[in-house]
Design a protein around this ligand. Structure first.
Ligand code: TYD
Ligand code: MG
Length: 474
């Protein structure tokens, strides 16, 4: 094999240099040099010339037959749903997430399921064979507890190797011919011919590109595990997003048991699809009815709690938002947001102060979303405001209502999308009423199964939501 030559290229302006530089002399960008492999120049031989002419010819779109994608069936239903209905052969899928969130566990579960029918190779650069074997045993015992057949004989198809050098990994693949490859993680995988260390941008990118080549030419499905680094971007899954077909993020609070698997890019399905799992003693278990799970511990009729309906992808999700106000001991009132954007909380506090006369400037305000979820949608504004107002006035929010709506700066309530889907989910979970923004155009009809209370302003909505409030503002 000829020696590979590399060069350093500024990722901002494209300046080429033989060595790494801290600052680009051309565009002035800092730390922008990334090592790249110099592709050997193609000598135009007669052979390649003929080849290139035949391989790419424009064809009529209609003449290209698109066979129905035969996806591999994945028994883990939530995972399959996020992927768009199963595993597409020859695709490359990145699973990102914080360390310790459960990426290795999830993919080992996938490997165990798939090994019943296919040959699966699990490459680990992070843990020893024994560790993985022990975890697999734990997961298999869990499957047995849930009444699945242990089927150890069916697991003959699962192979394990601890390896970090990509050329070695590729050799194993040639020898084993698996249908599914799992690389844990892309940050530990490296090419010896590159100077930079494993986990650097150039290594991660080059390794991922080669694995992509492999997937496209051989039809093997490749799963890559990628850690999100503290800085968020450096050598993390972000640099890979355009190389792979599908990007999934496993999210959740490490100290809570719920995990959300979210698709942020998918060439073979809908994006922003979400699957909900619970991390248990024996691996990740699907949560078939997440709204019910998130509301399980709710204390009905306690002040400071309100139910919001957010959309996670195409799926409505009911979550409990809690608020607490407490007199500020000295000076500066504090605002603490857990699971909601702090700027959103500041805005809602300001509206409550200015438009509704709540004296929050003398109060510390805490807001918490139950279940370790983070709610980014403005549709949860009304529930956040109600939770705070409910705590401040020490009056519970009606136990049987859900609150939907975005709060505007003048204290008005604004419409949000997919209102019918949200109302149907609330009705299905036994809620009697929903407080929603007054709509001007009747685009979607409301379901009959729930009483819909329309409110124009935050003021009106809170009057309807808080028990005993009517008298005050009537
Ligand atoms: P892991 O899959 O190693 O995380 P990652 O690969 O994303 O770094 O998961 C680690 C955590 O999951 C660890 O804190 C232990 C916990 N865990 C369980 O709670 N139950 C289980 O059955 C397993 C296998 C792990
Ligand atoms: Mg891991």
């Amino acid at each position: 094999m000829p020696k590979t030559h590399t060069q350093f290229v500024c990722q901002q302006c494209g300046r080429i240099s033989a060595r790494e530089m801290g600052r680009c002399p051309q565009c002035g960008a800092w730390n922008s040099f990334v090592e790249e492999v110099i592709a050997p120049a193609q000598r135009p031989s007669k052979h390649t010339k003929g080849l290139s002419l035949t391989t790419s010819t424009p064809r009529r779109l209609i003449d290209i037959d698109a066979p129905q994608e035969d996806r591999l069936v994945l028994p883990l239903g939530e995972f399959a749903r996020v992927l768009g209905g199963g595993i597409v052969p020859g695709s490359i899928i990145l699973i990102g997430g914080d360390p310790g969130i459960g990426k290795s566990t999830l993919l080992l579960q996938v490997a165990l399921e798939m090994a019943r029918q296919e040959v699966v190779l699990y490459v680990s650069g992070e843990e020893s064979e024994r560790q993985i074997r022990m975890r697999a045993q734990r997961l298999l015992d869990g499957g047995a507890d849930r009444g699945e057949e242990p089927a150890r004989a069916n697991l003959q198809g699962l192979y394990l190797v601890t390896e970090t050098q990509l050329p070695q990994i590729l050799e194993h693949i040639t020898a084993l011919q698996p249908r599914l490859l799992i690389v844990d993680s892309i940050q530990t995988t490296y090419l010896p011919e590159l100077e930079s260390t494993a986990g650097s941008v150039s290594q991660v990118r080059e390794c991922a590109s080669r694995l992509r080549e492999l997937a496209k030419t051989s039809g093997i499905t490749v799963f890559l595990i990628g850690h999100v680094t503290k800085e968020g971007t450096i050598a993390g899954p972000r640099v890979l997003e355009h190389i792979v077909d599908t990007v999934l993020y496993l999210e959740g609070d490490r100290f809570q048991s719920y995990r959300l698997l979210r698709s942020v890019k998918n060439r073979f399905g809908a994006t922003s699809e979400v699957g909900v799992f619970e991390m248990g003693e024996r691996g990740l278990v699907e949560v078939p009815n997440p709204s019910q799970a998130f509301l399980a511990e709710r204390v009905v009729n306690a002040p400071g709690s309100a139910i919001a309906v957010t959309m996670e992808g195409t799926r409505p999700l009911l979550v409990e938002v809690q608020g607490l106000t407490s007199p500020t001991p000295f000076g500066n009132p504090r605002r603490t947001a857990n699971g909601v954007d702090i700027n959103r909380l500041l805005l809602i506090c300001a509206v409550l102060t200015r438009r509704l006369g709540l004296r929050l400037s003398e109060q510390d305000v805490f807001v918490n979303v139950i279940g370790g979820l983070s709610v980014e949608e403005p549709a949860a504004d009304l529930a956040i405001a109600a939770a705070i107002a409910s705590s401040y006035r020490n009056r519970p929010v009606r136990a049987d209502v859900v609150l939907i709506g975005e709060v505007g700066l003048s204290g008005e309530l604004r419409m949000v999308g997919q209102i019918a889907a949200r109302l149907r989910e609330a009705a299905a979970l036994g809620f009697q009423a929903a407080i929603v923004p007054r709509r001007l155009a009747r685009s979607e009809s409301y379901p009959n199964s729930i009483e819909v209370i329309e409110a124009r302003s935050l003021q009106q909505a809170l009057s309807a939501a808080l028990a005993g409030e009517e008298a005050e503002h009537a």
